[in-house]
Structures are given as structure tokens and as C-alpha cells.
Write a protein that binds this ligand. Structure first.
Ligand code: GRF
Length: 207
């Protein structure tokens, strides 16, 4: 007999629209999915992500970074909030704040981000526009563990899409987003099934 495991407890941090959050909520709702989103936190009070969480019956919390003295203090409060929900994996899904080294270290190997480019190309803001400006012929999405840098952490998974001659930032973003919504839940599943881990800076995946 295989030992039964409780679903992995996932916390999601999101600042805006929340379409990746929605993909995670939809995937984790499945009875056989080995993870559940237990809390969604946003640094923007009116983020659509908070509405999506509430609509799914998941805890939704506005976290005001300005209520604390500095970034280190606000990040420690954010960490305490995640820990109070006994979160085992934290997904950054369009979270627009840069997190302090202390926060990142505390969640080493348990903090993942999704970025709309094939990293290490085009980190930071407006990745899709950067790809178009460079004349890239292939674009895509990366899910990676978070380290101290911006979009520099060890890569877990990627998916590519073609760039078309007549692409606009909007059309390319939409094509990438389809892959984002597929890839992020896939990575959460891998982690929940204990098939994904970070050893130093090396990502180990057992298929
Ligand atoms: C996505 O493109 C994600 O890759 C990036 O920010 C965007 C968030 O979109 N980090 P949404 O809020 O998930 O719709």
C-alpha cells in the first residue's frame, strides 16, 4: 500500500490580472491533483488576482508593504503570513515586487517564479517587447527557482513559441500566455509529487 500524502500547500503571490493564478486554481481543483492553493496574497489591494481567489473560495489577502519600515521588515511579515498558512511552496505569479535576500533564503528551493521569456534572454520588465525589439524568432516562458537576482534563478522548465513577422506585443504575449498556463501547473505537480528539487543551484527532476 502506498502512503497517502496530504495535498501540497501552495501560496501564490500576485500583483495584477491573475491569469496564471487562475490556471493554478483550475488545475489544483482536480480531485487527483497533489496540491492545493491555500492562500493568495497581493501587494495591490484591487488586484484581479484577489477577486479570482475569493471566487474560488481560497483565502485572499491584501498585504500592504508600506505598512512596514523597510523591505526587509515587510518581507519578514509576508513570510510570517505565508508560514501561518503552513505553505510548502510559494508561486510568484506576476508578483511585481523584488523580494529581499532574507526572504529568498528562507524559502530556498520552495520559491518559484514564472517569466514570459526564454531565460536567460530578456529578464525584467516587458520581456515580450524586448524579444520583439531584438528580432527574436523564438520566444517563450520559463519557470525557475528564485534567487537573489531578477529572473536569474535556476531554470526548472521552459516552453517556446514562434514569433511571427506581424506580431505585436499583445499577440506575442497572448501566444506565450497559453504556454504559461500549461507549464506553471505542470511544475507545481512535479514539486508536489516530490519529483523536483533544488540541490545547491542544480535543479533535479525525476520523470
Ligand atoms: C505573466 O506574463 C507572467 O509570466 C509575468 O507576469 C505576467 C502575469 O500575468 N511574471 P497574470 O497576472 O498571471 O495574468
Amino acid at each position: 500500500m502506498t502512503a497517502h500524502r496530504d495535498p501540497l500547500r501552495v501560496g501564490v503571490l500576485a500583483s495584477g490580472r491573475g491569469s496564471n493564478l487562475q490556471a493554478l486554481l483550475d488545475a489544483t481543483r482536480g480531485a487527483d491533483f497533489p496540491a492545493r492553493v491555500v492562500i493568495v496574497i497581493s501587494d495591490r489591494e484591487r488586484a484581479e488576482a484577489l477577486e479570482r481567489a475569493a471566487a474560488a473560495g481560497v483565502g485572499a489577502q491584501f498585504f500592504d508593504p508600506k505598512a512596514y519600515g523597510d523591505r526587509a521588515a515587510s518581507d519578514m511579515a509576508l513570510l510570517a503570513c505565508l508560514e501561518s498558512h503552513r505553505v510548502e511552496l510559494v508561486c510568484l505569479a506576476g508578483f511585481m515586487r523584488i523580494l529581499s535576500p532574507g526572504f529568498v533564503l528562507s524559502l530556498h528551493g520552495r520559491l518559484v517564479n514564472i517569466h514570459p521569456s526564454l531565460l536567460p534572454a530578456f529578464p525584467g520588465l516587458h520581456a515580450q517587447r524586448q524579444a520583439l525589439d531584438h528580432g527574436a524568432k523564438v520566444a517563450g516562458v520559463t519557470v525557475h527557482f528564485v534567487d537573489d537576482g531578477v529572473d536569474t534563478g535556476p531554470i526548472i522548465a521552459q516552453a517556446s513559441v514562434p514569433v511571427r513577422d506581424d506580431d505585436t506585443e499583445a499577440s506575442l504575449s497572448a501566444r506565450i500566455l497559453v504556454e504559461e498556463h500549461r507549464l506553471f501547473p505542470e511544475v507545481v505537480r512535479l514539486f508536489a509529487e516530490r519529483r523536483l528539487r533544488l540541490v545547491g543551484r542544480r535543479v533535479e527532476v525525476s520523470r
